[in-house]
Design a protein around this ligand. Structure first.
Ligand SMILES: CCCCCCC[C@@H](O)CC(=O)SCCNC(=O)CCNC(=O)[C@H](O)C(C)(C)COP(=O)(O)OP(=O)(O)OC[C@H]1O[C@@H](n2cnc3c(N)ncnc32)[C@H](O)[C@@H]1OP(=O)(O)O
Length: 293
C-alpha cells in the first residue's frame, strides 16, 4: 500500500481514559531526574505523595502515548512498515493545566498529518488530554512527530507548519549538565513506552544503533527540567509549552548538556551529549512573564 495522507488526516486513533496513578507520576519524575539529591525537599512536590504541593511536571503529558501505541499503526492510508525504522523526530507539549497525580485523564488521539520528507515520512499524532469529569478543562495538547526512515517519496509535503526557532549563534546564557544512569531506559520503559529499541540489543542493532538508546521522550523530560531548574525558581506554572527536535540519539549513561539562550520570555536551547555529539538541534520553552532573567 502507498502512503495516502488524505485518508490518514483527521483519523481518530483512540479516545480513552488513562490513569495517571501517583506511582506512575513519581516514577516519571524520578526518570527525568528530579531529586538527584535525595534530600532536596524542593523537588518533593514531584516525588512525595504527602507533600502539600504534590503535582506533576508538564512534560508528563507525553505518557499519553501509551494509549495509542499500537492503534496508531492501524490508521487508514498508512502502510505497514518495520517498527525499527521509526524514530521520535519532534515533540511539542502545550500546557493548559497541571494533571493531578492519581487522576484519570481523557486522551483523544488524532492522526494530524503524514508528510513526505524525502528520505523519510513525518507522522504527526496529536493527543489532547482533558479532565474526563469536565471535558472543558484541558490539561494539555501534545504533538508527537515520528520520523519513519525509508517511507518518503510520496510527494505530499504535509499541511502543518510548526517550525521550532533555531537558537542564536552567540555563547549560551546558561548551561545545564544532566548525567543519566546506564539503566535509565530500563526504568523509563515502565512509564509505558515499551519499544524494544530501548532494551533489546539485537533490536537496537536492527535499527542501526550500537546498543539500546534512551527514549526520546525521556530526554524531552530532562530538557524541560533543565529549563525549569535554571529559570523557573521552583514555579512549574510558568511553563507554557515545550518544543524539541531530536537530531541524534542519546545512549543511557551519557551526560546531556543543555545550552540555553533567553530571548524575552522564551528560552531557546540546543543540547549535546558530553561524550559524543549534538542531540537536540533546536528547542524552545515559552514561559509566562515574571521568570528570572
Ligand atoms: C512499539 C512502538 C512504539 C512507537 C512509538 C515510540 C517511539 C520511540 O520509542 C522512539 C524513540 O524514542 S527514538 C529516540 C529519539 N529520537 C532519535 O534518536 C532520532 C534522532 N534523529 C535522527 O536520527 C535524524 O534527525 C532523523 C533520522 C530523524 C532524520 O535524519 P535524516 O534522514 O538525515 O534527515 P535530514 O536529511 O536531516 O532531513 C530531511 C528532512 O527531514 C526533516 N527532519 C530532519 N530531522 C527531523 C526530525 N528530527 N524531526 C522532524 N523532521 C526532521 C528535515 O527538516 C528535512 O525536511 P525538509 O526538507 O522539509 O526541511
Amino acid at each position: 500500500m502507498e502512503v495516502d495522507p488524505s485518508k490518514a488526516r483527521g483519523h481518530v486513533i483512540c479516545e480513552e481514559d488513562m490513569m495517571f496513578t501517583e506511582e506512575l507520576c513519581q516514577l516519571y519524575h524520578l526518570c527525568v531526574g528530579f531529586n538527584q539529591d535525595p534530600c532536596n525537599e524542593d523537588d518533593f512536590k514531584f516525588i512525595y505523595e504527602y507533600d502539600d504541593d504534590f503535582t506533576t511536571f508538564p512534560t508528563i503529558s507525553v505518557l499519553a502515548l501509551k494509549v495509542c501505541l499500537t492503534k496508531m499503526f492501524e490508521t487508514p492510508g498508512l502502510p505497514q512498515f518495520n517498527i525499527m525504522s521509526l524514530l521520535h523526530g519532534e515533540q511539542i507539549v502545550e500546557v493548559s493545566n497541571p494533571i493531578p497525580p492519581g487522576s484519570s485523564v481523557r486522551c483523544v488521539a488524532v492522526m494530524e498529518d503524514l508528510a513526505d520528507k524525502g528520505k523519510g515520512m513525518l507522522m504527526t499524532v496529536r493527543i489532547d488530554l482533558k479532565n474526563p469529569e469536565n471535558l472543558d478543562e484541558m490539561y494539555s495538547r501534545c504533538y508527537m512527530k515520528f520520523y519513519v526512515r525509508g517511507l518518503g517519496g510520496f510527494g505530499d509535503k504535509g499541511i502543518l507548519d510548526q517550525k521550532i526557532p533555531d537558537p542564536p549563534t552567540r555563547e549560551p546564557d546558561q548551561s545545564f549538565e544532566a548525567p543519566t544512569d546506564e539503566r535509565l531506559a530500563l526504568f523509563y520503559r515502565l512509564c509505558g513506552d515499551v519499544n524494544p529499541l530501548h532494551i533489546v540489543p539485537s533490536a537496537a542493532q536492527l535499527a542501526g544503533f550500537e546498543k539500546p538508546i534512551l527514549h526520546g521522550l525521556c530526554t524531552y523530560g530532562i530538557l524541560g527540567r533543565a529549563v525549569y531548574e535554571t529559570y523557573c525558581e521552583g514555579d512549574v506554572s510558568l511553563i507554557k509549552n515545550i518544543s524539541v527536535r531530536f537530531v541524534s540519539h542519546v545512549y543511557p549513561g551519557e551526560t546531556i548538556k543543555v545550552d540555553m539562550f533567553k530571548e524575552g520570555d522564551s528560552i531557546l536551547f540546543s543540547a549535546s551529549t558530553v561524550e559524543r555529539k549534538t542531540v537536540i538541534s533546536t528547542g524552545v520553552v515559552d514561559l509566562k512573564p515574571q521568570a528570572k532573567i
